[in-house]
Design a binder for this molecule. Structure first.
Ligand code: SF4
Ligand code: SF4
Length: 104
């Protein structure tokens, strides 16, 4: 979920489609609780809820496609900042949830 994207507030599809993985060192630097992390490899973790299907990040509040928010928005790691509204990843995630781009 990127910054300042009003479309994201009624979406959340990318938080419920992709595995959100990043280095353990990043998690530690951001102060993310270890209880929310699942090991992927010796140095990589992912958010609980994104390691297997059906995917839904444990930090996502609300209903995808209606109204959502991220409980750790200020602490979210780099993969959460890399998807931009309307880019290929966004469209892929939205399509998986039956949502078109641009939002209707
Ligand atoms: S899928 Fe696109 S519109 Fe939806 S939350 Fe992610 S970046 Fe925002
Ligand atoms: S941490 Fe927040 S922005 Fe990142 S996937 Fe989870 S709910 Fe989405």
């Amino acid at each position: 979920m990127p910054d300042d994207a009003s479309a994201c507030l009624t979406c959340g599809a990318c938080c419920a489609h992709f595995r959100v993985s990043f280095p353990y060192l990043e998690a530690a630097a951001l102060g993310l609780p270890e209880s929310d992390l699942v090991p992927v490899s010796p140095n990589i973790v992912c958010f609980s809820g994104t390691q297997s299907h059906p995917v839904r990040c444990t930090h996502l509040d609300g209903t995808v496609g209606q109204q959502v928010s991220c409980r750790i928005y200020q602490q979210r790691p780099h993969p959460c900042r890399e998807v931009s509204p309307g880019d290929d990843q966004c469209r892929k995630a939205r399509a998986a949830h039956g949502l078109t781009w641009p939002p209707s």
